[in-house]
Design a protein. Structure first.
Length: 366
């Protein structure tokens, strides 16, 4: 079982608890580049950067930051988290990531999604009523040009006709493309039918509640004859690390509440976060991964094992962090993740694989 552990970030710029002021967008972008370079040096498998078009997130063009990181790193895989396909031209998406692949061969990936926030629809002149149709049509177009150098594409509802035109530059092999979802049944089925890897954003409740969805994804993929060995299942969740478990829990409450409370003013299904709810979320069965290296590693192992995941992102792939924390503290959290959490999780699954191999060998020789 090839386990991959990464980090995702949206380049948050919410106010810091210590100063009450937000990090400027330009400084946050420079900080983010330093964080990716550190993750690469620590042999963390991947770093994914999300796309947003609002004041509390610095990154509206993840491709540019990923390209800068590609030129300054040696081994880490670089991905969007996500590329919001409904409001972007899929030809430009392919061209941008193919260009990055020339800088960092076989290290670039596209995580395609609709976008959890919808401000880009008004900004770029799209109708929110076409939320799903836009994504489906543009994803199909992106997948086609990823396989074929010369694109023939009939005029769609949202995409122009393309008559036998080459899309350049080309990569030596197709760019890995996965689909990000918050847990939609429809997205799960469609992604499985397409034979694409899936990424679940697990940001609330018990992560193990995603088990039926993952089972459905596998069942549909097998039914249509897709190869599940080429369809890794990923989850990414919010998280934070410190050498002191209680300090990590205490310090992560303010930024988490800040973001949740802000979203609750925009989405009627969200409510402001209390400290009791936060403690439940960072607890053993919650969706937020916070604490020292042992606590976070054990929780990652549990979730990956129970759900059958092969990839995990701490936003921080975990998402690290979900709202603004001082840059030096983020760098410290990345060090703990790379030096302590990642080795422990990978060692656990290597040992498990070895036990399974020995069992199989014993059974065959019996």
């Amino acid at each position: 079982m090839n386990i991959e552990l990464g980090i995702s970030s949206f380049g948050e710029t919410t106010p810091l608890e210590t100063t009450g002021k937000a990090i400027s967008h330009d400084q946050r972008i420079r900080d983010l580049l330093e964080e990716i370079i550190l993750a690469d040096k620590l042999n963390i498998d991947a770093f994914a950067i999300g796309e947003h078009h609002r004041k509390d997130f610095a990154v509206s063009a993840p491709e540019i930051i990923l390209a800068a990181a590609a030129s300054k790193t040696k081994q880490i895989h670089l991905s969007s988290a996500t590329t919001n396909l409904p409001t972007i031209n899929p030809i430009r998406v392919y061209e941008q990531y193919a260009t990055m692949d020339a800088i960092a061969p076989s290290r670039v990936e596209i995580m395609a999604g609709r976008g959890s926030f919808t401000e880009a629809f008004d900004l770029f002149g799209y109708d929110l009523e076409n939320y799903d149709e836009l994504f489906i049509e543009k994803l199909e177009m992106l997948l086609k040009m990823n396989k074929e150098e010369i694109l023939d594409w009939p005029k769609g509802k949202f995409t122009p006709r393309v008559d036998h035109k080459g899309i350049y530059p080309r990569t030596k092999k197709p760019i890995p493309i996965s689909v990000a979802t918050g847990g939609s049944i429809e997205s799960t089925i469609r992604t499985a039918e397409l034979g694409l890897p899936i990424v679940y954003a697990i940001i609330g409740g018990d992560p193990l509640h995603f088990k039926p969805l993952i089972k459905l994804y596998r069942r549909v993929a097998e039914k249509v004859g897709n190869d599940l060995t080429k369809m890794p299942i990923t989850a990414h969740s919010w998280g934070w690390l410190d050498q002191d478990k209680e300090k990590a829990i205490k310090n992560y409450f303010y930024p988490t509440k800040l973001l949740v409370d802000q979203i609750s003013t925009e989405r009627p299904q969200w409510k402001g976060m209390t400290y009791e709810q936060y403690l439940e979320s960072v607890g053993e069965n919650g969706a937020i991964f916070v604490g020292d290296s042992e606590t976070v590693a054990n929780k990652i192992i549990k979730v990956m094992e129970e759900l059958g995941l092969t990839r995990f992102y701490l936003h921080f792939y975990l998402h690290l962090p979900i709202a603004s924390m001082p840059h030096e503290d983020v760098m410290n959290a990345i060090r703990i993740y790379g030096e302590e959490v990642v080795p422990k999780v990978k060692a656990y699954f290597r040992k498990k694989d070895e036990k399974e191999r020995l069992k199989l060998k014993w059974k065959n020789n019996k």
